[in-house]
Write a protein that binds this ligand. Structure first.
Ligand code: GZL
Length: 307
């Protein structure tokens, strides 16, 4: 032990760079890959040292990563919470350690808003509403029943909870539109396919598929085609995200409408990390810009899509 001089080793600031610890959900979808790329590229561009952890979809691994960032005394912690609940304890530890926390992409249900400085991400209820409104418009004036199958995202995740809520509210405008089956496909292509295979066996009349992300929709398309039905024609398909594979299927007529959810949060996250590290006040809620796409709009937009 030295003569009590300041120990810089644990400060994580070996070259004066801002050190950001980021805990990512996993690598479950095309959206997540694009989100990770955006964060890693933006950190490099901003001269920020990024400590990046992939939790493979497990909350306990995210909590472990956040605790490790606290031990390493990083300057700022950011994360995309895989599910909404169970974060208060570890966020309190970060607060007690004087490390500011930024939420990106998904929300937490903590009542104590002092546990994080800001939440940067989409309005998932609005995304669900956009999907529902489009379907209502497509069925304006019709009185025939419209049976909807819903592939939900990860159970307990903010986008799954809110996209279901927004959609259910919007389709109340036409009582002939009903969700006859709703099941989680965990935001992955593989599970979207297996869950849709089961639903195709058990549900006689399916008019519409509403999938909470492109990846589950693309998996479901494989099951629909294997069952001898035409996706986009026999079954109208609505998804959320607008990643390249989804937009390609939309342009090809296998999907009918996509609500965009932008994964490109990296640059804004780095600006926010610098601001909170400097002790500046930031907006508590920062909404990402996003739109919707029809088949024609997808054809026009595809050449310029970044992800
Ligand atoms: C939404 C994000 C969701 C995407 C999915 O912001 O949390 O998780 O919609 C991803 O593709 O898996």
């Amino acid at each position: 032990a030295g003569c009590g001089g300041k120990d810089d080793a644990g400060s994580g600031k070996d070259d004066g760079k801002l050190v950001l610890g980021f805990s990512q959900v996993g690598a479950e979808s095309g959206w997540r890959t694009a989100n990770t790329n955006s964060i890693q590229t933006a950190a490099a561009d901003a001269g920020i040292e990024l400590k990046f952890s992939d939790a493979q979809g497990k909350q306990e691994k995210q909590i472990e990563a956040i605790r490790s960032f606290i031990t390493q005394k990083v300057d700022v912690i950011a994360f995309s919470p895989v599910v909404t609940s169970g974060w208060d304890s570890v966020l309190k530890d970060a607060k007690d350690a004087g490390i500011p926390v930024i939420l990106t992409d998904r929300a937490v249900d903590s009542q104590d808003k002092s546990l994080y400085k800001t939440f940067l991400g989409s309005d998932f209820v609005k995304e669900g509403t956009e999907a529902g409104n489009w379907l209502v418009k497509q069925n304006e004036g019709k009185t025939t029943p419209v049976n909807v199958v819903e592939l939900q995202g990860t159970v307990g995740a903010a986008p799954a909870i809110d996209r279901q809520k927004g959609f259910a509210e919007a389709i109340k405008a036409n009582p002939n539109i009903t969700v006859v089956k709703s099941q989680s496909g965990n935001f992955t292509r593989a599970e979207g396919k297996t869950v849709m295979e089961g639903i195709l066996q058990s549900t006689p009349k399916i008019d519409v598929l509403y999938a909470h992300n492109d990846d589950m929709g693309l998996g479901a398309i494989e099951a629909i085609e294997a069952a001898g039905k035409k996706p986009g024609k026999d079954i109208t398909i609505i998804t959320v995200d607008a990643v390249k594979d989804g937009m390609t299927a939309l342009a090809d007529g296998k999907i009918n409408f996509i609500v965009e959810c932008s994964p490109l949060l990296g640059p804004q996250l780095m600006d926010l990390a610098k601001k909170v590290h400097a002790g500046e006040t930031v907006e508590p809620r920062i909404l990402t810009e996003e739109t919707t796409f029809t088949q024609e709009q997808a054809k026009a937009a595809l050449p310029d899509r970044k992800y």
